[in-house]
Design a protein around this ligand. Structure first.
Ligand SMILES: *[C@@H]1O[C@H](CO)[C@@H](O)[C@H](O)[C@H]1NC(C)=O
Length: 361
């Protein structure tokens, strides 16, 4: 079969072709009108911009309320265990540590596990379960005001520090203002005029990412004045099926980084503080050279005596590390600290480490 030839171009000139018959004077006039129009548009844009900016600042100033988070809070620690990879002993150690901490300060613990959310999370990586787990905790303990999500591979090493005195009350001094929200050089920066009273999410960064293995989320218990709950919105947005299906390289961590950079509604409630305030790692971060600028970046991640938390981040990622062994080292330190504080050892006793199963690789 033969195709018809393509239609030929019409010989009629299109109507928008410049009429070359215009006199020079008419052309000049046209240019002037154009310039004037640009000028008017420019002025209008500037005017609208400043108007919007001013009303934004005014709204900001009004909405703040008190500028700090005062008094004792109703706090919940949220822990998600993974029975497939963590031994009973390991989970018992972590539980003993967190029960002690909660009892000291009148907090509550919410323990759950990845299996519970399997149906929701599958086929995405099980690390996503921290989000429905938090949502679960917010539903079960809806009158609590702050939820601290702390990785199950972390231990509280300075139990006498309360979250109120260590983080919430001094938040104004701790918050890192106007820095790239995602390391090393996101063009999106944290707000420079955020007030603690308007903060709903407290996070830190390690050298590569938002360190979402420890963060504090603020809940807004329902009342006639506060029918909206930002924490619910945030978790639902983060758990969006679209993000889960997108297969970010670092799963929910990268989804969170996307969220804070592209959604001002999230950025506006976010505060970044120094990592070691509540998420020290049990290893130091070596200085790294930025391939673009040639500058050397340093970052302080290494746990030191007195830090609130030690996090064994990445201890499941390779054969070189061993969560159980690393955990027991810090657990022994913690038992000493409890002994020093209370004059007696905690109830939970550390059993000798079972010999490791020999790796077959
Ligand atoms: C996981 O948590 C659920 C409650 O959310 C509990 O019923 C279940 O027993 C737990 N799984 C294991 C293996 O302990």
């Amino acid at each position: 079969m033969h195709f018809a030839l393509p239609p030929r171009k019409t010989s009629q000139p299109p109507p928008y072709v410049r009429n070359s018959n215009l006199t020079a004077a008419a052309q000049r006039r046209r240019k002037q009108i154009q310039l004037l129009a640009y000028g008017v548009l420019g002025v209008l844009t500037l005017y609208l911009f400043f108007k919007a900016f001013r009303s934004f600042r005014v709204a900001d100033a009004h909405e703040d309320g008190g500028s700090s988070i005062d008094g004792p809070q109703n706090i919940v620690l949220v822990t998600v265990f993974d029975h497939a990879t963590m031994s009973k002993d390991y989970m018992a150690i972590v539980t003993a540590n967190r029960d002690d901490y909660a009892a000291r300060h009148g907090y509550k613990n919410f323990y759950t596990n990845t299996t519970t959310y399997l149906n929701l999370v599958d086929p995405s990586p099980s690390s996503w379960s921290m989000i429905p787990a938090l949502r679960h905790a917010l539903t079960e303990m809806s009158s609590s005001t702050f939820f601290w999500h702390l990785s199950a591979d972390a231990l509280i090493t300075n139990p006498s520090l309360s979250l109120e005195s260590h983080i919430l009350q001094p938040l104004e001094m701790l918050m890192l203002k106007d820095i790239p929200v995602v390391p090393p050089d996101s063009v999106i920066h944290t707000f420079s005029h955020l007030k603690p009273a308007r903060t709903h999410l407290i996070l830190s960064q390690d050298i590569d990412n938002l360190a979402h293995t420890s963060f504090i989320l603020r809940n807004t218990p329902f009342s006639a004045q506060t029918p909206d709950n930002w924490a619910h919105y945030f978790l639902d947005a983060w758990f969006d099926p679209l993000y889960r299906a997108y297969a970010f390289q670092k799963a929910e961590n990268h989804a969170l980084e996307h969220l804070v950079q592209w959604h001002p509604t999230v950025l506006a409630k976010l505060v970044l503080i120094d990592q070691r305030r509540f998420n020290s790692y049990n290893y130091a971060t070596p200085p790294s050279k930025d391939p673009l600028t040639g500058n050397t970046r340093t970052h302080d991640s290494m746990w030191q005596e007195g830090d609130l938390v030690v996090n064994l981040k990445g201890c499941r990622d390779g054969a070189k590390r061993d969560c159980e062994e690393e955990m027991r080292y810090y657990f022994a330190k913690w038992m000493k600290e409890v002994d020093r504080l209370d004059g007696k050892k905690p109830d939970h006793d550390l059993r000798p480490l079972k010999t490791k199963p020999v790796r077959q690789d």
